[in-house]
Design a protein around this ligand. Structure first.
Ligand code: PMP
Length: 406
């Protein structure tokens, strides 16, 4: 890997070099979506300028080029999570669609009385599809309890597992707390009870090295836009045998082998789950995002981000009246906090006037907020292009907020 130089990295992200309300932008909303390097932005216009054609069906040169580019992203996505075959890599619109796809297809096998387990810290997108499925099937959705630090209580999880457990859906890294869940162990525990496991990798994938074969998860989902890539693209990984046994998701072109009015046969993997013209341009550009990450190296990125996390945690803890929500031992670079007597929305608005972008609210994890008996938090989430100087600005900004409300 190259020597990590944040100043050099920042040069690759044009959006960072602007002022907001007259102040240099400090972008701390990376858990919502990351900014895009120039190579990704360039790839989008290159695609439309030079390559654009529909994929898979054409025999002309542009169609072949577009198909090759699209399939190259599938291969680099496979490598990125160490799946054994590109047949196991299905392109979706994002994490949300990946989960809905599994709930709507694999979920068909659920029966009344079956149980689906999720953790208390799930994003709504890893709760609601299962809730809808359980309602339809007469199955039950059960939350796995967490402790006050925001960690799954494994003894409670063990108690919830039984022959009734059919699906366990777990977030690898909490978008609200930053907690890294011990998913490998949790997958193993679920498998001992015959359950199938889906891992929500939306937050984990940009920060941790992902190895789906080592984890032994049955499904793994993530989004391009949280990985420095374009919006509207995601990946669903599934074990081949499971994907083969599952019915298709949507019907249409591309997902078929032969169609007649009496009978349709379906295409082979992964195309069986990719009906219609996909988001070709964004998928093609996503390759540049993965190449960008690979060039710098995940371990290097993680190490730097962990430095930012430690620095931010120590700095924020010194602020009177501020409490960090989510103090797990294993965390990625997310700091959620509340300030005594000040509504999170006010914090967000005042920080914005200083050019600082943080997220405020429940972060699509209302059951988690209920667990902590709070309406929401302010959340600063760091990416590889953030700096300690920016964290200093956040601390200064928060002192200003507190002074205004004193
Ligand atoms: N799960 C987690 C943990 C997330 O952070 C997010 C995005 N906030 C999602 C799922 C949903 O991802 P998307 O909106 O890209 O479908």
């Amino acid at each position: 890997y190259k020597v990590f130089d944040v100043a050099e990295i920042r040069k690759d992200f044009p959006i960072l070099h602007q002022t907001i309300h007259g102040k240099p932008l400090v972008y701390f909303d990376n858990a919502a979506t990351t900014q895009k390097p120039q190579s990704v932005i360039q790839a989008l216009s290159d695609y439309y300028n030079e390559i654009n054609a529909n994929i898979h069906r054409g025999i002309h040169t542009l169609a072949e080029r577009a198909t090759a580019e699209y399939e190259a992203t599938r291969e680099i996505s496979r490598q990125f999570i160490n799946a054994s075959s590109t047949e196991e890599i299905i392109f979706t619109r994002g994490t949300t669609e990946g989960i809905n796809l599994v709930a709507a297809t694999f979920g068909k096998s659920l029966k009344a009385g079956d149980e689906v387990l999720v953790t208390t810290m799930e994003h709504h997108s890893n709760i609601v599809p299962w809730q809808m499925l359980c309602e339809e099937k007469g199955a039950t959705l059960k939350p796995i309890p967490i402790n006050d630090a925001g960690e799954v209580i494994l003894e409670e999880y063990e108690k919830l597992l039984s022959e009734k457990t059919k699906i366990v859906a777990i977030v690898y890294v909490s978008n609200s707390l930053g907690t890294i869940n011990p998913v490998k162990q949790m997958i193993d525990m679920a498998h001992q009870h015959g359950a199938t496991v889906l891992i929500d990798g939306a937050q984990a994938s940009a920060h941790l090295e992902i190895n789906v074969q080592d984890l032994d998860c049955d499904f793994y989902v993530f989004s391009s836009h949280k990985l420095y890539g374009p919006t509207g693209v995601g990946v669903l990984y599934g074990k081949k045998a499971l994907l083969e046994a599952m019915p298709p998701y949507q019907g249409g072109g591309e997902m078929i082998k032969d169609v007649s009015f009496t009978r349709t046969t379906y295409n082979e993997l992964p195309y069986k789950f990719e009906a219609g013209t996909p988001n070709i341009a964004d998928t093609v550009a996503f390759k540049k995002a993965l190449e960008y990450i690979n060039e710098i190296g995940k371990p290097v990125i993680s190490e730097y981000e962990h430095e930012l996390l430690t620095y931010a945690t120590e700095s924020l803890q010194e602020i009177n009246g501020l409490r960090i929500v989510g103090t797990a031992k294993e965390k990625i670079s997310i700091v959620s906090f509340i300030v005594k007597g000040i509504h999170h929305q006010d914090i967000g608005i005042i920080l914005d006037t200083q050019g600082i972008a943080v997220r405020t609210g429940h972060h699509c994890t209302q059951p988690l907020m209920n667990r902590f008996e709070i309406p929401g938090t302010s959340r600063a989430s760091f990416a590889m292009y953030n700096t300690k100087e920016e964290i200093d600005k956040l601390v200064k900004g928060l002192h200003k907020v507190i002074k205004m409300f004193a």
